[in-house]
Design a protein around this ligand. Structure first.
Ligand SMILES: *Cc1c(COP(=O)(O)O)cnc(C)c1O
Length: 405
């Protein structure tokens, strides 16, 4: 038997195809990330760039309180947790953080009106792991999953390992969702999955309509709040009327909260079910003390009225960026008026890449986002604003963008 080709060709060929399609990806180390200014190599030279790529929306990552809580926890409890939650790695700090989450949003789903039914929180190591675990574990129990077409890659991964059926509905199209629900009628109600604030377009899910459908069809709903955690107090807690007890939230600490990790919040039996059947929880080492400490610090900062300026500054500068870009004729797609994610649609991957590279030379780090992360023909710069940005930063950027186009 002969060996026809060196086996590495499989990888080399795939990479060459990737390059030919303008989709090749490489890592770009950023000194000082996730701050407003980072230093990165541009054509071999270290260059200081205004950073439009950070999810550190509330600029909490470097906050003294988070640093202090992380350092205290590390000092007290050491570097690692020593195991999974179920086998040796369940620290008092995990319970402390879960209790803080439940206090942070006592009116998360599970509470209707004055009801005593409290929602319970359960930590996960990452949002990716939480989505993957929830969809595969709950989707099986609930008979069928219906997911928005633009939901995050971790949702798609959960669907891939789901032993039961699933359907994707057109982005934010509740009519399409209703048609699918009528057609498939899952006996156990099914699970509907969507993001509250979409990560690539910066638009919101139609939550009121989804809740109305939920009342009619009785499905469970998983809302991925990765990009809205911390940014929109009141949107899903006090603000959203009539949210059903069959709603589960997934939030992350890695974005607006400036740290790392994720949580799931929902009715107590969901927590219990995941502890028993959630493979991503059962078979993975739990979050370590320093991370738990930082996360506690982040919740403490959110609860501090002295820090409320952050969400306000973020909203203001985001609106300014969107309005300025639109006025100068750029296509910001579906980005909603309260959103801190502002895409600039540029069409082909080559175009997006060329403009992103020109901007880097001018001192702006605004990476190109290309398929398969976004649909073909919608390659873009995805601008993330943070509470640290000022109007002047936006004006400088738009000027450089005009030059680069
Ligand atoms: C970032 C993100 C996740 C994953 O969260 P991590 O904690 O970074 O793994 C999940 N869903 C959405 C919509 C995200 O943007």
């Amino acid at each position: 038997m002969s060996v026809p080709e060196p086996f590495e060709n499989v990888f080399r060929d795939a990479l060459e195809r990737q390059r030919a399609q303008g989709l090749y990806r490489a890592l770009t180390p950023l000194e000082n990330a996730p701050s407003k200014f980072v230093t990165r190599a541009v054509e071999g030279r270290p260059t200081r760039c205004l950073n439009f790529a950070s999810n550190n929306y509330l600029d909490l990552a470097g906050h003294p309180l988070l640093r202090r809580r992380a350092a205290e926890a590390l000092e007290r409890a050491g570097a690692g947790s020593g195991g999974s939650r179920l086998l040796g790695g369940d620290l008092p700090l995990h319970a402390e953080l879960e209790a803080a989450l439940e206090r942070y949003r006592p009116t998360m789903p599970g509470v209707s009106g004055e009801s005593e039914l409290r929602s319970r929180a359960l930590l996960f190591n990452t949002g990716f792991q939480a989505n993957y675990t929830l969809i595969s574990a709950l989707g099986e129990a609930l008979g069928c999953v219906f997911a928005d077409k633009l939901a995050h890659a971790s949702v798609a991964e959960g669907l891939r390992v789901l032993p039961g059926p699933f359907h994707r509905f057109r982005h934010n199209d509740t009519e399409h969702l209703e048609n699918l629900l009528r057609k498939h009628q899952p006996r156990e109600g099914g699970l509907v999955v969507t993001e509250t604030l979409f990560s690539m377009d910066g638009d919101f899910a139609p939550l009121e309509e989804l809740c109305a459908l939920q009342r009619k069809y009785g499905f469970w709903m998983l809302l991925d709040e990765a990009h809205s955690t911390g940014g929109y107090p009141g949107l899903h807690g006090r603000g959203l009327q009539g949210i059903s007890e069959r709603t589960i939230l997934m939030g992350t600490f890695g974005k607006a909260l400036g740290s790392f990790g994720a949580y799931v919040a929902g009715p107590p039996e969901i927590r219990e079910y995941l502890v028993n059947f959630g493979r991503g929880l059962i078979y993975s080492t739990s979050l370590p003390p320093a991370v738990l400490g930082a996360n506690l610090g982040a919740l403490e900062a959110l609860a501090d009225p002295g820090e409320a300026w952050r969400a306000e500054a973020l909203r203001k500068v985001s609106a300014f960026a969107r309005e300025t870009l639109k006025r100068r004729g750029f296509d910001t797609g579906a980005s909603a008026s309260r959103s801190h994610i502002v895409p600039v649609l540029l069409g082909t991957p080559e175009n997006a890449l060329r403009i992103s590279e020109a901007l880097a030379r001018a001192g702006f780090h605004a990476p190109a986002v290309r398929p398969p992360t976004v649909p073909a023909g919608t390659s873009r710069l995805r601008l993330n604003l943070t509470a640290a940005f000022e109007e002047k930063d936006i004006l400088d950027f738009v000027q450089a963008l005009e030059k680069a186009c």
